[in-house]
Design a protein. Structure first.
Length: 113
């Protein structure tokens, strides 16, 4: 199962491959660094409404199409990741994303035990 952000990142990655374009092309069009673009493609960055709109525009699709989950991978609803998109401080966002990741790993480890 994927998070909504991983699903969007996967769609961007597939689009780039179909268009035979590198990630830095998308980063330039978004007005962001290649590092931030990599985080988006890997589903590690919360995406706000403005970013969703830019992504959809670059890909020439609607925001709805961008948000529709892949049929083979249902989306895990992760409310903390949607809240992170509303934060203004990038450092706080990164810390919360890391904390969320650590919590997910702890849950996975607990399931293994």
């Amino acid at each position: 199962m994927k998070t909504a952000f991983e699903n969007i990142g996967n769609k961007i990655n597939l689009w780039l491959k179909e268009q035979n374009l590198p990630q830095h092309f998308f980063a330039q069009r978004m007005g962001i660094s290649p590092q931030v673009m990599s985080k988006i493609i890997n589903g590690k960055k919360a995406i706000n409404v403005n970013e969703l709109s830019k992504i959809a525009s670059i890909m020439s699709i609607s925001v709805d199409e961008l948000l529709i989950p892949d049929k083979e991978s249902p989306i895990i609803q992760d409310p903390i990741m949607f809240m992170i998109g509303n934060l203004k401080n990038e450092n706080t966002k990164e810390k919360l994303q890391f904390l969320n990741h650590v919590m997910d790993e702890m849950i996975d480890l607990e399931d293994l035990v």
